[in-house]
Design a protein around this ligand. Sequence first.
Ligand code: NAI
Length: 469
Amino acid sequence: MAQYDVIIIGGGPGGYNAAIRAGQLGLKVACVDKGVNGGATLGGTCLNVGCMPSKALLHASEMYDAAANHFGELGIDVKPSLNLTQMMAQKATSVGQLTKGVEFLFKKNKVDWLKGSGRIAGPGKVEVAGPDGKSETHEAKNIVIATGSEPSPLAGVEVDQVRIVDSTGALSLPKVPKSLVVIGAGIIGLELGSVWRRLGAQVTVVEFLDRITPGMDTETAKTFQRALTKQGMVFKLSSKVTGAKIGKSDVSLTVEPVAGGAAETLTADVVLLAVGRRPYTDGLGLESVGITPDKRGIIETDHWKTSAPGVWAIGDVTHGPMLAHKGEEEAVACIETIAGKAGHVNYGVIPSVVYTSPEVAWVGQTEEELKAAGRAYKAGKFPFTANSRAKINHETEGFVKVLADAATDEVLGVHMIGPQVSEMIGEYCVAMEFKAASEDVARTCHPHPTRSEALRQAAMGVEGWTMQA
Ligand code: NAI
């Protein structure tokens, strides 16, 4: 039986960053992970069957779409043909390199990787059931739960990973379906729906609410839906799927209006179920330390401490957005607290990104949230049609919107839709972390010509002096 300062259960972005930070701080640390999808790899959902493979396919399919539909206007005449096997292979190669990278970082920071399923076996004890069927119990002063989340099921829609797939199945379809119905207009549905639409599928998205991407600023979401519709995605809002029947070569879905009324049948080659994710704590032995998750499976914490002494929880198993970088923030703060330092997460500055085309990125509060809180604010907005770099690249869809406190000018929220905004939102994360006023950004020199000038022009708009639109 080995003894550790910290044992982390789960090797995704929460778990592996916690392990690395613990190693850096000189704690004796182990990370238990069984590998995702049957493979003995670190990195969790994000690296193996989430963020990384989806971004690999989003990038490749965007290149394909550009070659097929947009190169001509640049004076490049090509007729691309799809090699899906190679597209999947390059995805697997990159993912493999990244998971090996985490393994390397574990070695570099003296983190023991305990391969197998981890289970809390009473206070200070973690039992690891290895792939060889043997179990070992280890002792730890601190146990960090970082087991992440899994796709939420939907009654009447059974995932078989062939005809009805979840995000994992949708990352590895063996051929492009003629038709794809996506259930849920959230980030997963729209990103993976975009991949298969670009590669040739007719994509219909069924959404329960009367809008797409709940949580996104409403004006931005409307612009986003218009852009996706123009690309050929079909939306059925205010609709719920109440049943699915798998046939020989397709799936029949029963779809009903949420408000009541006649049901209709939609058929598709493949159905992607993407109605959210839920915390993953199956078989974790929480009862052995007296932890009871809430109805949604979420573990309550106070500064990452659970109700059980010496047991901590971070990432998707706790409250907050299910985002890799939120888990990473909590990982660092939790381990620094364990090490006797002052761990801190600024939950007001956790950015969100949708990696479609156009991309959507935001940080801070939406207009709806500010209105609901009764906070007086001013808005500055700048369209990419007026940005020179976007114009010369023929990527003029979208805008940047900056929301700032009416009295103090502090930046409260920033919402962007447009080309590569994922790479630009970080500027406003830094600004907000430093409690910048919109004027601070408006008076900061930005390189010309770049898309980032739109960030500055939108900030100027807060005080009504946008110069280039
Ligand atoms: P989501 O919560 O973003 O969206 C789920 C959507 O399904 C919602 O619009 C919801 O109203 C709808 N829905 C729920 N039940 C339904 C039903 N019965 N019929 C029709 N629609 C229904 O969940 P999603 O897209 O599955 O993503 C899960 C998590 O993963 C989210 O927290 C998301 O932020 C995260 N994620 C983040 C990514 C990123 O940062 N780029 C990429 C992929 C996932």
